[in-house]
Design a protein around this ligand. Structure first.
Ligand code: HEC
Ligand code: HEC
Length: 344
């Protein structure tokens, strides 16, 4: 009996401070991050309705939005692979290699703006870019509209998604429908989210150490909020510019958007949700190992050299940001007609 009491006392003495540490870690984390909501978020100027989401899903998977009829949004934002293509930089029309790594579409709805340089203010503006980009889908709004108008099922789907419009089949409405679908591509319930919501044992000891380091070393200054990043822009190389192998000189980031000297080599802080699924890393896609990406961030952004256990712990924490992947049922697309423009 006595030894049981003693053991209980020792046990309590050991565990209570640890639990208190966990409590304060959770409180700290709550002041920097927000969980991914379990419900689809509202989108500015675009009601997310069932019909719009269904249409947007078809468009997202339809390769006929590309000139070649070979490339869909899903080609580079593969819903089976974390919403990106896991290539250094994307390959588009005519096997052309684009200049940047494809970010994931998962949780993109929570980013302050779209693209590595934030040049599209929202998802509907963004969606019009790749369809027209020569190195991506190489098409024109006119041909896309002709294609959709040539397929009766699409005409009907646009009518039900945009019921109050006389001519609903437009490039703008295509972008709205895709945006509505993308708003559903959220990944709640990661172990990190469970921890934020009070389940203290959702993270293991190494992951908790990693979270503590992520906050205390200062990663959190740029990577915070619901997407653990994606909220603001910073120079890549605040303290020390990475070499040209990782930061190619010709891509000056936000400078091309604002044309101001202070935007030189400035990029959006990467949203780190599902980061374990989306190698390779950085806008150049030059780094395949998440541990190496963490080490580079410490030297380039914070002027700190992390030791191996610190890198391991932060990386373990980042892996706990993988959420429930959206279960997207593959849409069956309506067949082309004799009026559908042919692939080029
Ligand atoms: C050929 C590959 C390719 C295709 C096809 C493609 N994308 Fe992308 N996507 C990219 C690349 C590369 C970027 C990053 C470009 C940049 O930042 O300049 C990107 C960026 C994005 C982003 C921004 C994400 C973020 O975090 O900033 C979204 C959203 C997106 N694409 C959605 C789409 C949609 C919708 C389509 C279809 C209409 C599409 N993409 C077609 C390669 C592609
Ligand atoms: C001063 C702001 C800042 C700080 C501090 C910072 N980052 Fe970053 N982070 C960025 C920016 C900007 C990018 C995008 C870099 C680029 O252009 O590819 C980025 C990108 C990343 C990426 C790659 C994302 C992707 O999708 O490829 C990872 C991983 C990352 N950061 C982790 C960290 C970690 C871990 C720390 C702390 C050791 C940290 N960051 C500190 C601003 C910051």
């Amino acid at each position: 009996m006595k030894s049981v009491l003693l053991a209980t006392a020792i046990f309590a003495w050991i565990t209570i401070p640890v639990a208190a540490d966990d409590q304060s870690l959770m409180k700290d984390a709550k002041s920097h991050f927000k969980p991914i909501p379990s419900l689809v978020p509202a989108v500015k100027d675009n009601a997310v309705t069932h019909d719009k989401v269904e249409l947007g899903k078809m468009l997202f998977f339809d390769p006929r939005l590309s000139a070649s009829h070979l490339i869909s949004c899903n080609t580079c934002h593969n819903m089976s692979m974390g919403g990106d293509d896991n290539l250094e930089t994307s390959i588009g029309h005519g096997w052309a290699k684009g200049p940047r790594n494809a970010p994931t579409v998962l949780n993109a709805v929570f980013n302050i703006a779209q693209f590595w340089d934030g040049r599209a203010s929202d998802l509907k503006t963004q969606a019009k870019g790749p369809i027209q980009a020569g190195v991506e889908m190489n098409n024109t709004p006119k041909v896309v509209e002709e294609t959709l108008l040539s397929i009766p099922t699409y005409v009907a789907k646009f009518k039900s998604a945009f019921p109050n419009e006389a001519q609903p089949v437009t490039f703008d409405n295509l972008a709205r429908a895709i945006e509505a679908f993308e708003a559903t591509l959220i990944t709640p319930a990661s172990r990190f989210d469970q921890f934020l919501e009070g389940k203290l044992d959702a993270l293991d000891a190494t992951e908790k150490t990693g979270l503590r380091l992520f906050v205390d070393k200062g990663c959190v200054a740029c990577h915070s909020g619901v997407n653990v990043g994606g909220e603001a822009y910073y120079p890549f190389g605040v303290v020390e510019k990475p070499g040209a192998d990782i930061l190619p000189a010709k891509d000056r980031g936000r400078f091309e958007v604002t044309k101001t000297a202070d935007a030189d080599y400035v990029f959006r802080a990467g949203p780190l949700r599902n980061i374990a699924l989306t190698a390779p890393y950085f806008h150049s896609g030059k780094v395949w190992d998440l541990k190496q990406a963490v080490a580079i961030m410490a030297t380039s952004q914070l002027g700190t050299k992390l030791n191996d256990p610190e890198i391991e712990a932060i990386t373990a924490f980042l892996c706990s940001l993988t959420g429930e992947q959206p279960r997207v049922e593959l849409p069956i697309l309506p067949v082309s007609t004799t009026k559908t423009p042919l692939p080029k």
